[in-house]
Design a protein. Sequence first.
Length: 295
Amino acid sequence: MLVNLSTILAPAVGSDYSVGCFNVFGWEDAQAVVNAAAEAGAPVILGASADFRKLMPIEVIAPMLRAAAEYAPIPVCVHLDHTYNMAEVFRAVDAGFTSVMYDGSQLPLEENIAGTRRVAQYAHAAGCSVEAEIGSVPYAEGRAHIRSELTELKDAVRLAAESGLDAMAVSIGNVHRLKEPAAVIDFKRLEAIEAAVSVPLVIHGTSGIFESDIARLARTRRVAKFNIATVLRQAFGRGLRETLAKHPERFDRVEIMGDVMPVMSSEASRMIRLLGWNRSRPSAGINLNRSAAAQ
């Protein structure tokens, strides 16, 4: 079932679980994630990162991921991850993404608010949700130009209140692209933000957070979405190496990916469980009528 971000996150706010947003890099990745979510009966978000968009045009990615969502037996949102260029965000909305992230975190606050507001007006007219970021979540590698800046409470309050966003990513010690857990989460800062805003909050850099902290974050009142990429990519690499080591004569992509996809599904299942999902919450409180929030 295809839904937008607001629909998929609303039941998670105030609950003891959160929704995983898995960055995928093709049809097999998307199916591996959807299979894991369907097995758990959990809602899920399929994300398209900037790296993926270097390999495939937005106009190709959108219908592919929408098809995966539409055929899924559970609610699935199709999400554009970090995008700094407003024109690219508009293209994604037009192409059929049901959620977009306009990242103005590198801009002065006033420009971040104004840009997010403009994107929200455009996206909401198409039934598409909008995520934005306040503070700046750093990268462990590959994005040297992105600064590290913790979210300031007053700035979070303004962005949440003045921009029209539907979900807000915060910087509370989390770090993108850590290959193993190392992040030190500032829970006091998060508590202050949660008490001051009414929008769902998003945690990026989940792969670099200790499991106990992921579970604790998922139980908080407003954290509703976790972005997950590195551990899924690691699972892909692990599965690929294992099958080629076992079958060095293989060259057929279908055979190879047939072995790799279950490894990715297993990792996605592990993360879904960490986020607090279990079978006691069928449909996550989401109206499964296919007319609801589908675009």
